[in-house]
Design a protein around this ligand. Sequence first.
Ligand code: ASP
Length: 329
Amino acid sequence: MKRRNFIKRASLTGVGIAVGSTFIGYSKTPFKNSLKNKATLPLVIATWHVKNATTKAMEILQNGGTALDAVEQGCMVEEADVKNQSVGKGGLPDREGNVTLDACIMNKDGDCGSVVYLQNITHAVSIARKVMEDTPHVMLAGKGAEQYAYDLGFKKENLLTESSKKAWEEWKKESKYKPIINIENHDTIGMLAIDKNGDISGACTTSGLAYKMAGRVGDSPIIGSGLFIDNEIGGCVATGLGEEVVKTVGSFLVVELMRQGKSPQEACEEAIKRIVKKPNSDYKNFQVGYIAVNKQGETGSYSIHQWFSMTKFQAGVNEQIQSDYFLKE
Ligand code: ASP
């Protein structure tokens, strides 16, 4: 099954943030002095099957680059790939036919930057990095983000490729613009890396849900939801129905669960269960997936439905790993 086909529809009902009293008593830096697997560094993991992206990121890391450079340049590979219809150039548009991008980045010092509803610029992740490094802000949206990109020297581009335009036109015929959330053809590219120094960074980039309402922004540019890094603990990045990730502050939750001592795998599983167990959760009809890494270089990934995968490049092996998932029936 193609990754883009495994969600058919979504419900946006239900509210709740599941960060509660279980956080009492955590050990603040459980992994600080226990970087046992130093030999396995550097490493990079990414959502989905993106070996070209992890190859680029690993090349940067092997050449002594930082985790921050690695995740930015790894994500850029997918943003530039017009065959990838969920990211950057070639991304599927909203229901008005506009391709709008969301991206964010976070470094080892806990600094972060993001862009939302960015149009006409392929490398949203690079603008997010510039927001982090060169502005007093964390997030730029819409026209302001686009103007900032031009000020930086980025060129205006038409992101709507012929094939994405054709898909949108087909969708219009079928849907007749009914106000339903159609979440086919979505997948954030999220990447987490640990460099040779043991420092962690992460980034994610997406064109969001295909045929979303104009103006819709998902989880991917929301720090703590689509991405979170704590260099003493680890990092997490999300993909799937952003509305559900935002409601549970998913990536922050995974990192906090690792802070309490859970492995990346256990933390991803717990965060998925928080979504599934919400009152009135319509989880059978939407997908969410998390990948995570801890300071020791252990990784995990988990999703609600089958067919989510993680690409992992570590110790010379660049492999796609099918993730375990909640809904077994
Ligand atoms: N999380 C993204 C969003 O909701 C889309 C995806 O990863 O599939 O915009």
